[in-house]
Design a binder for this molecule. Structure first.
Ligand code: GN1
Ligand code: MG
Length: 368
């Protein structure tokens, strides 16, 4: 079934006039749909859920509905005191009232409301932008911090459990495909040494969770800078989008992911490694914005592990990209041959920079 036909199966007024492919993410297929009546225009987001990654799409949608209903209620109850209009996507029901539509090939589709007059950016462009990215993540986590994590399904078992990614890497390394790719690339062999030197790092957050120092909470799961919407008129953060990874997790996964994606001015798809580094001014801004919201629910132990989370999640994403390159690009979408290798090089370079800048980063965390 075509995306146009699926689009017509959601409860949106008017008739479809255009559908644009806006492939921004590395996993799902995303479209912007424009529908019009005589007097109005409605735009919404239509997505096909990638079932290779999300094995139980119904649970993904149940989480999304639970979290957005809760957060919308809280946004409304705090609206009078808020310094801005906060937005958050709404799940648009299908014609049969469900939160998704299934086409004849068994593909799951969902429709989400658009965030009004706002833009997402691949890269950060100023310290103020970093502050806003921090405020948006902290605000979202705060809104859902009183939602019991048991009420959310684990839709992606193993997501951000770094030791499991390391086991997958070891498994892939034993395959013949990986051997061929390693033999063909000096750079890939260099990255294997980078991983070997950091094996002990992998268990850092999971050990803290196992010994009870830090615990599971509802998280966003993917708060990278492209998922932060900045208001076109005020320059303030107005929303976080891409809610298919909301699930129980450690708030550290979110903070680490936000910092690694926001504070590397060259962005995730950089090809010139010399441009990739942890910008501590941007990090200072991000921390200031984040803690202005998150202080209210973070424990001392949570705070203690924030630096480590940036180092670990950056390393982890590099490891995930590198494993996927060695496995033959089976998880992340690619547009050119060695894209996943290049993405891994970027994250590993950034990880090195984070290690070199540990002292100023810890200072920034303590000063707010
Ligand atoms: C994937 O699909 P997208 O772009 O929202 C991935 C994230 C990574 C991100 C890196 C479910 O997110 O974990 O951090 O790529 N999502 C999943 O760009 O694996
Ligand atoms: Mg995502």
């Amino acid at each position: 079934m075509s995306a146009e036909e699926v689009a017509a199966r959601f409860q949106v007024p008017g008739r479809l006039v255009a559908l644009q492919n806006i492939n921004t993410g590395n996993v799902n297929d995303t479209y912007r749909v424009i529908s019009r009546t005589t007097f109005s225009e409605e735009q919404f987001i239509l997505q096909r859920i990638n079932q290779r990654v999300f094995k139980e799409p119904e649970k993904v949608m149940a989480n999304m509905k639970r979290v957005t209903d809760h957060a919308h209620r809280r946004i409304e109850s705090e609206a009078d005191q808020a310094d801005r209009i906060w937005q958050l996507p709404r799940v648009i029901p299908a014609e049969d009232g469900r939160d998704f539509a299934i086409d004849q090939d068994g593909e799951y589709w969902r429709a989400l409301s658009m965030i009004a007059s706002a833009t997402s950016h691949d890269r950060i462009n100023s310290v103020d932008h970093a502050v806003e990215a921090g405020v948006v993540l902290g605000h979202f986590q705060r809104l859902i911090s009183d939602l019991p994590p048991e009420e959310l399904c684990d839709t992606l078992p193993g997501f951000h459990i770094t030791p499991l990614y390391l086991s997958q890497y070891d498994e892939v390394m034993n395959g013949t495909g990986a051997r061929a790719r390693l033999d063909a690339s000096v750079e890939a062999r260099r990255l294997t040494r980078f991983v070997e030197e950091r094996r002990d790092l992998c268990a850092l957050l999971e050990s803290a969770r196992e010994n009870g120092e830090i615990s599971l909470r509802p998280i966003h799961g993917d708060p990278k800078i492209t998922n932060i919407m900045i208001d076109n008129y005020t320059g303030k953060g107005t929303s976080i989008v891409d809610l298919d990874t909301v699930k129980p997790g450690l708030v550290h996964y979110d903070f680490g992911d936000s910092a690694r994606s926001s504070c590397n001015p060259a962005g995730e798809e950089a090809t010139d490694l010399s441009q990739v580094f942890m910008d501590t001014d941007l990090f200072g801004g991000l921390v200031k914005g984040y803690l202005s919201q998150a202080k209210s629910f973070l424990t001392e132990a949570d705070h203690h592990y924030l630096y480590d989370s940036v180092r670990l999640i950056t390393f982890e994403l590099g490891l995930r990209f590198f494993t996927d390159y060695l496995a033959g690009d089976v998880y992340f979408k690619v547009r050119y041959d060695a894209q996943n290798l290049n993405r891994a090089r970027v994250q590993f370079k950034l990880c090195e920079s984070i290690e070199a800048r540990e002292a100023p980063m810890r200072r920034a965390l303590l000063s707010c």
